[in-house]
Design a protein around this ligand. Structure first.
Ligand SMILES: [Zn+2]
Length: 322
């Protein structure tokens, strides 16, 4: 959605400090904000990305910590990328939703058509700059956080390989397969990852509320778990250990993506992301004249967005797999 103060929940406190990433801006890979390290043994190329949305600073804390701690891959290649630097530079804790992007959403720019055409924007310029990196990535973990109240989740796009990666990461423990947004392709939907015939795989972690410590912790654990899953973690690196009892991961498949068709889309009550509506045909929202109802029993609400602008995703409805 287009964040602006007009759509801000009444109080969304910024509880984490603004990370100081000035020393990481130059990068070491020929692309600003991108750090890449090669292990002694051969192996996959893992990229962990943060700040695709310029105001989601929790992910920048994780990358900053890994860079300061000198986390390196035991094998393969590890890239850490601060993505929307131009938007992040404008971040203001007094108006924290204003800096999701500069001109357009960097997470809707990843179709070949958008990347190849001549249209210019701050975000398209950055996507084109990052594209050569993405073209060599085998596994992508894209770190995000959320404005509206929701249980954390992993978004896996449409491929089975991504859902399996999400289950292997297992933090957060809900893995949602979805078709993305009508408004444009996400980075995890970039052709290289979205093609079921390739091995390259990408997932997006919605790790919790923006600007909260718990969100940083969950991102850090998810990132450590993907590194360990790929056999790339070095024993001595200060990565968070697994907590004693992780909940078993559950998968869900989006059955319907609800895009607001009118200017006055409204939910019939407050819904929290992660809520399960028991009965089929339950009215959840009105979109102008149209009623939005649950298409099946036990319908999982994925990231409901109140006061959504027309043409943007209002909620995704999903079926939990047994
Ligand atoms: Zn985001």
């Amino acid at each position: 959605m287009t964040d602006s103060t007009a759509f801000l929940p009444l109080s969304v406190p910024v509880e984490i400090a603004l990370p100081d990433i000035r020393r990481w801006i130059d990068g070491n890979a020929g692309i600003p904000g991108v750090w890449t390290f090669t292990g002694a043994e051969s192996g996959p190329h893992l990229a962990i990305t943060a700040l695709v949305h310029g105001n989601e600073i929790a992910g920048a804390h994780v990358l900053d910590r890994w860079l300061r701690d000198g986390v390196r891959p035991a094998r393969g290649r590890l890239s850490l990328a601060f993505c929307n630097l131009a938007a992040f530079r404008r971040f203001d804790p007094a108006d924290p939703t204003a800096t999701r992007f500069v001109d357009e959403d960097l997470n809707r720019c990843w179709s070949e058509a958008d990347l190849d055409m001549r249209r210019i924007s701050s975000e398209l310029r950055r996507a084109r700059e990052l594209r050569p990196l993405l073209d060599t990535v085998d596994v992508l973990l894209d770190l995000h956080s959320m404005l509206w109240p929701s249980d954390p989740l992993i978004l896996a796009g449409q491929t089975e390989k991504a859902a399996r990666l999400g289950v292997a990461i297992g933090v957060p423990p809900v893995i949602v397969s979805d078709a993305g947004h009508a408004g444009g392709r996400r980075m995890i939907d970039y052709a290289r990852f979205a093609d079921p015939a390739t091995d390259a795989t990408a997932v997006l972690v919605e790790a919790g509320a923006h600007w909260q410590d718990a969100t940083v912790g969950r991102m850090n654990l998810a990132a450590a778990r993907v590194l360990r899953h790929l056999g790339m973690a070095r024993p001595g690196d200060p990565l968070p250990p697994d907590p004693p009892a992780l909940p078993a991961p559950r998968r869900a498949i989006v059955t319907r993506t609800i895009t607001a068709a009118s200017r006055d889309f409204a939910f019939v009550r407050e819904f929290r992301g992660g809520e399960v509506i028991p009965a089929r045909n339950t009215l959840i929202a009105l979109d102008g004249e149209d009623e939005i109802r649950t298409p099946h029993d036990d319908c999982l609400l994925v990231m409901p967005t109140p006061m959504v602008p027309r043409g943007h995703t209002a909620v995704r409805l999903a079926r939990l797999l047994p």
